[in-house]
Design a protein around this ligand. Structure first.
Ligand code: FHN
Length: 466
């Protein structure tokens, strides 16, 4: 068959036009239930998210009848051994008159946050969204009668931030669940870990979950559904007890439902049983990262839900370094704020979020869309991230001899600081790798980023440097 120039040209044009369409159709049509969604790309590029724990527990603020209650603010129903009736006095007074979704999202945007994950329902079972599955929700059962998730989803769309929802499988209010110890409506129940009621309570509860997950997807189109029960699979609770009765079959039903309703919704790993798109280390950063997709979630103080007397604030330097550590390990960082019952994000959390945003304004290109460090061993002076043709060195310890030793065989084409792109840094090739000569003072008190333009991806060498 003879091809003249015209037919070859037409084939090339057709390939250029239809290639991406076919490829996209191939992604979109990938069989439901595959572990990875088509759009992990946005998640891996965005790197930095804001967790928001907000519910009627925020009103208790860590106290019950004037007594300070230990543990997370969002755990007060369990930690204070409250019956459902006692706990339900909170929603009757929940009236967040200072809540402003646009203000929250503007803070997130100034912080350099790219996605927000808010608690739609925590373990207490109170729903912070419009739902027909239970009256125990913020629209029907508070004097406020508003839907904060709808307002936040709208504000996120306005400011270009991905809206995502947290949903707890653990539920201490459902008619199909019981406390681990005691009676739900009298005495001093211990709720963790919840149990299902007899005669099919588990099946009925899963249907309740499926109904609400459907509402979340249809009403708010979240980028992620951040399921929760515990930080350790398979559901070993923080007290070391398993959640009775949550089976693989229940987890798979919910997982498959999400995939069917919207295959682009990313699912974390806390349905349990190895299901989900990414791992979720909590309150710590795996030293060398984890294989595959992962995200560390962390509080700024010691609690997820608001506690008025928890002032154990991490410094901005620690938080910026934690973000760098996550990116260098190839993971995301989901940093939590716990607003008050009136809808105010505590000022110490705002200050720290904005300090991260200030650092990212100068150094964000080393974090957003970057890949994990190419080096098997830790660098003595800080961390590394990379993009094709670029190596970023996040220098925490500014070397006294003003020389960075980079354990790689690639020659450096150009070197500069992100904080001062006009200052070309001198470099040389040494026996131990590449050398970069730095100015006397670090431009940033926490972490200064040196960018090395190279050919292709980094070829690591054995490290013997400073
Ligand atoms: O028990 C919850 C806790 O309250 C909080 O929501 C964290 C966030 O990841 N998850 C569970 C503890 O692992």
């Amino acid at each position: 068959m003879r091809f003249n120039k015209l037919s070859v040209g037409l084939i090339l044009v057709a390939a250029a036009v239809w290639g991406p369409v076919i490829q996209n159709r191939a992604i979109a049509a990938e069989p439901v239930g595959k572990m990875h969604t088509a759009n992990m790309r946005w998640w891996k590029k965005d790197r930095f998210g804001m967790f928001i724990h907000w519910g009627i527990y925020s009103q208790a603020a860590g106290y019950w009848h004037g007594k300070s209650i230990p543990g997370g603010g969002e755990w007060i129903m369990d930690e204070a051994h409250l019956t459902r009736k006692a706990y339900s006095t909170l929603h009757a007074k929940f009236d967040p008159i200072d809540f402003n979704a646009n203000r929250w999202v503007r803070i997130a945007r100034r912080a350099g946050v790219k996605y927000i994950v808010i608690t739609a329902k925590h373990h207490d079972g109170f729903c912070m969204f419009r739902t027909r599955a239970t009256h125990f929700n913020v629209v029907d059962d508070t004097p406020w009668h508003k839907d904060p998730l709808a307002m936040l989803a709208k504000a996120c769309k306005k400011y270009g931030i991905r809206f995502c929802t947290y949903y707890s499988i653990q539920d201490w209010h459902s008619r199909y669940t019981l406390p681990a110890i005691g009676n739900p409506n009298q005495g001093h129940p211990t709720w963790q870990p919840m149990r299902f009621t007899a005669n099919g309570g588990g099946e009925k509860y899963v249907h309740y979950v499926q109904r609400q997950v459907g509402e979340l997807i249809r009403q708010y189109h979240p980028g992620i559904i951040w399921f929760d029960n515990s930080a350790v699979k398979p559901w070993v609770t923080r007290h070391g007890r398993h959640i009775a009765g949550w089976t693989y079959s229940y987890a798979k039903q919910v997982f498959d439902d999400v995939r069917k309703l919207d295959p682009t919704v990313i699912i974390n790993n806390r349905l349990g049983y190895g299901l989900g798109d990414y791992k979720t280390p909590e309150q710590h950063i795996p030293p060398r990262g984890l294989p595959g997709a992962w995200e560390t979630c962390m509080t700024i103080n010691g609690t997820w839900g608001y506690k008025r007397d928890d002032h154990h604030w991490k410094t901005p330097a620690i938080l910026i370094t934690n973000l760098i550590k996550c990116a260098s390990g190839g993971g995301n960082f989901l940093l939590n704020v716990g607003p008050t019952d009136k809808g105010i994000i505590p000022q110490p959390e705002v200050q720290r979020m904005l300090a991260i945003g200030k650092w990212l304004k100068v150094n964000g290109q080393a974090i957003y869309g970057s890949h994990r460090t190419p080096f098997a061993q830790a660098l003595p002076y800080g961390y590394a991230t990379q993009k094709p043709g670029k190596l970023f060195l996040e220098v925490i310890k500014w070397p006294k001899n003003r020389t960075l030793v980079v354990p790689m065989r690639n020659a450096i084409i150009k070197a500069h600081l992100l904080a001062n792109p006009y200052l070309k840094l001198q470099t040389a090739s040494g026996t131990v790798g590449q050398l970069v000569y730095l100015p006397a003072a670090a431009p940033d008190p926490v972490a200064s980023v040196v960018v090395l333009d190279i050919r292709g991806m980094v070829k690591p060498s054995t490290f013997q440097g400073n």
